[in-house]
Design a protein. Structure first.
Length: 447
């Protein structure tokens, strides 16, 4: 049964195992989790007895011997299991003797009932009284049922295997948290779980007459159809699409599918998970990012205006004042030479270069804050000019002194990204460094 329903077993909320010669040959992920292990491989090959509490081993051993001597189907009992960290977990085991890979095996399921044990102890007292009454009533019924026993036993033996397999698979698929579906290559629905009915609003009598594509919007059906074909050819697929309920409500889902074989037929087996809440969170995040970009653009614009104002004040205010001082000193020097001789000329000649250097420094600061060519020639020509004169104009990205570490590169990246662009820095040893900042620019409509 494990091989036949392996895909369902991996999704089961109950632990499933196969034991041969007293050792685990197969355990599903839930059984691994119940025993506190990380991987299935940690349990494969371990002896079953090593995971049973020493005080319960006689009970478990007697049950195993009884199963070998008598016809017991199925076998069920509870015991204390030892987890990886040494703690105890109460387990409710259901097992049966079957064949696995051509050899006799003990196959069954285990449910963690630790939380139920306290309640069970309370129920035992009431159960004892009930069992006494049941025994009295049973003795009366046994005589009446004896006549039907032979007929019922024959019929039960024929139906028991089919019923238990169907009940097992139904329990597994209905325990899945998302929607479960199984359909053939034509898309005809074969099996599904209760969640599919609840989510889509379609009653169980309508679903068998539907195709898998009927649950999706028409504009997405071609893409979903392609995803449905993949498991039959490649073994596995996944797709994100919008499910449509019977009332027309739309819900985004991530749906997966794998190829499976059942009784000689090939099917697609899969599950779907509602991602509506995640979509809302993504949209809110995108809106927040856009708002941040808008605010950053306004901040950068305000900064540029302030830089432009400061540049103009430096150029038109301090720069003009220094130029006037320089002009006045030159006039004084001329008059001094004509009147009193060159007595004060050496001092004035020392002052003039200082004033000229100050004028040039003010002009340089004005250009750094807001180059006039930025408005006249555009950003590309301005960047070209700066790169051509990088030896004279200090820029963080063009600074060759590796001992100086500033915030220039970080600021360049932040300003680029906050204004909606992308910033990239690539460095290759012995080949240099490339810095790029890119923005998407909408072309103006012609005509």
């Amino acid at each position: 049964m494990v091989d036949k329903y392996r895909t369902l077993s991996e999704c089961s909320l109950a632990g499933i195992y196969v034991i041969q010669n007293g050792k685990f040959q197969y355990v599903n992920p839930r059984r691994v989790e119940m025993l506190g292990y990380d991987r299935e491989e940690d349990l494969i090959g371990q002896k079953f007895w090593h995971l049973v509490h020493p005080q319960d081993r006689p009970i478990v051993r007697n049950r195993g011997l009884r199963r070998e001597k008598e016809t017991i189907y199925p076998l069920r009992y509870t015991f204390r299991a030892l987890k990886k960290d040494g703690s105890i977990a109460w387990a409710d085991l259901r097992g049966m003797t079957a064949r696995y890979l051509g050899q006799p095996a003990n196959i069954g399921t285990v449910v963690d009932i630790t939380e139920q044990k306290e309640t069970e102890e309370e129920l035992k007292r009431h159960r004892s009284q009930l069992e006494r009454r049941v025994r009295e009533r049973t003795e009366e019924l046994v005589r009446a049922n004896e006549r039907l026993k032979r007929e019922v036993e024959d019929r039960e033996r024929a139906e028991r295997k089919s019923w238990e397999e169907k009940n097992f698979s139904d329990s597994v698929i209905n325990s899945l948290p998302g929607v479960f579906y199984l359909f053939d290559e034509s898309g005809r629905m074969i099996r599904w779980n209760d969640n599919l009915e609840k989510m889509t609003g379609y009653p169980p009598e309508e679903i068998p007459n539907m195709n898998a594509l009927d649950f999706f919007r028409k504009e997405e059906q071609a893409r979903v159809q392609e995803s449905i074909r993949e498991p039959f050819t490649r073994g596995r697929s996944s797709v994100q699409a919008t499910l449509v309920t019977k009332t027309g409500r739309l819900t985004p889902y991530i749906l997966t599918g794998v190829r499976g074989e059942l009784e000689g037929n090939v099917y697609l087996i899969g599950v779907g998970v509602d991602i509506g809440e995640r979509k809302k969170a993504e949209q809110a995040l995108m809106a927040s990012k856009q708002e941040l970009r808008d605010l950053s653009a306004k901040l950068i614009c305000a900064q540029e205006k302030e830089r432009q104002r400061l540049a103009m004040e430096l150029h038109d205010g301090i720069g003009q004042a220094l130029s006037a001082i320089n002009f006045s000193l030159e006039e004084i020097m001329k008059k001094s030479e004509q009147a009193s001789g060159p007595k004060i000329l050496p001092s004035l000649r020392q002052v003039l270069p200082m004033i000229k250097n100050t004028i040039e420094e003010v002009r340089r600061m004005s250009r750094d804050l807001r180059p006039s060519m930025l408005d006249d020639l555009g950003i590309l020509n301005t960047i070209t000019w700066f790169c051509r004169n990088f030896g004279q104009v200090y820029k963080e990205a063009l600074n060759s002194d590796s001992t100086q570490r500033g915030f220039g590169l970080a600021n360049m990246g932040d300003r680029t990204e906050l204004s909606g662009g992308t910033f990239q820095l690539k460095t290759v040893p012995e080949r240099g460094t490339t810095i790029s900042a890119r923005w998407l620019v909408e072309e103006p409509l012609s005509g």
